[in-house]
Design a protein around this ligand. Structure first.
Ligand code: PHE
Length: 375
């Protein structure tokens, strides 16, 4: 019997097991098609109950003088298994990435399975667009302008005296208040001592901009956002107006009332009456507030019973108006001896509230879809 045929020793048994494992582990890893399968396979070899662990448990049977060599074989195999595992893991990840990159591109334009609900215009926009349509059809052109305005255009050139209550801190959002050299600390924030910009408190600034930028005659409307320091059920600090004005020769209040009556007919419905009540605005003379007949308590015969919306009066106020004041013309470089004009400014929230019977104006700005979906 040669040495090679000697009975199987602990060492021979272990080396055979190690060789058997070495011969197969790579193909086992290669055969794992997914990361999970690869990890499972790895656990079968290196795990606590794995094959290599089982082999290690046979170390006791290896003669002491051979243990070092066997140990080295075990460690080398373990390292190779680990390297092969990492290799295959990287290969699988790369495969996934390549598959993703080579797949037909994802079509982002496909419609979703759940149809996206389609929105619609906000009630303020609906009302604004309708009013603009009516006035444009009467011959007015749309004039745009900024919401951050200089004090001169919002108040000064419109004839507001420096201490007018509208310019008060309670009413106006001042954006930039730069004190001029001659102002005393005790001076009110409004007034001659200050250079001011503000969030426009009305769309009447467009009268000034139009008249300083265009030669008369002119007929403009200016829809837009305005700001005042008010916040309750009937006032919002941000709201919307539409300004309408006309400058020409020999304009009278009859022209103003004609436009208003036509507007009321077309917007609120045939037969809607209009009335003017004398009122005061610094930039018109004479000035008036305009009421339309309440659409909610209208009787078949055209009379009005009075209801909670119109506070039992049968009338609802929707705007301020008047004949453009000669001082406004003068401060805008328009000759008041030659030119005359009317102007009115309407609150869009007010009109929307009347049109739709909305109980609290703030609902318009809460953006609750349950409310907005009703328009
Ligand atoms: N600007 C005024 C306001 O906001 C309304 C108005 C416009 C009045 C034009 C008269 C003429 O209250």
């Amino acid at each position: 019997m040669s040495a090679a045929d000697s009975p199987i020793t602990g060492m021979t048994s272990i080396t055979r097991s190690l060789e058997a494992l070495r011969a197969t582990f790579r193909s086992r890893f290669e055969g794992a098609a997914t990361e999970q399968a690869l990890r499972d396979e790895n656990a079968k070899i290196l795990g606590r109950k794995g094959e290599l662990t089982a082999i290690l448990q046979q170390m006791g049977a290896v003669p002491a003088n051979e243990r070092k060599a066997v140990g080295e074989l075990v460690n080398a195999l373990k390292r190779d298994v680990e390297l092969a595992f990492d290799d295959r893991l990287g290969g699988l990840a790369k495969g996934r990435r390549d598959a993703e990159l080579n797949a037909p591109p994802f079509d982002l334009t496909l419609p979703g399975r759940v149809p996206a609900p389609l929105g619609h215009a906000h009630p303020i926009s609906i009302v604004r667009d309708e009013i603009v349509d009516v006035l444009v059809s009467l011959g007015f052109a749309v004039h745009d302008g900024p919401e951050v305005e200089v004090e001169e255009n919002n108040f000064g050139k419109l004839g507001y005296p420096p201490d007018h209550p509208a310019t008060d801190m309670q009413d106006t959002f001042w954006v930039d208040v730069r004190r001029k050299a001659n102002a005393t600390p005790a001076a009110p924030v409004s007034g001659a001592g200050f250079a001011l910009t503000l969030l426009r408190s009305h769309t009447s600034n467009i009268q000034v901009r139009a008249m300083t930028g265009h030669k008369p005659p002119m007929a403009f409307i200016a829809p837009g956002t305005v700001y005042r320091r008010d916040d309750d059920a009937t006032h919002s600090p941000m709201f919307h107006q539409i300004e309408c004005f006309l400058v020409d020769r020999n304009v009278t209040m009859a022209h103003l009332k004609g436009v208003l009556a036509e507007f009321a007919e077309r917007f609120f419905g045939a037969g809607t009456p209009v009335r003017l009540r004398p009122s005061y605005f610094p930039f018109v003379e004479p000035g008036a507030e305009v009421d339309v007949g309440c659409p909610f308590c209208k009787r078949a015969d055209g009379s009005r019973a009075g209801c909670s919306v119109c506070k039992r009066t049968g009338w609802i106020e929707i705007l301020g108006c008047g004949m453009i004041h000669p001082t406004v013309f003068e401060s805008c470089g328009v000759d008041p001896e030659q030119w005359t004009g009317f102007a009115f400014g309407m609150g869009l929230e007010r009109v929307a509230v009347v049109r739709y019977g909305i109980p609290d104006m703030r609902l318009l700005f809460e953006n609750d879809p349950r409310f907005l979906a009703q328009f």
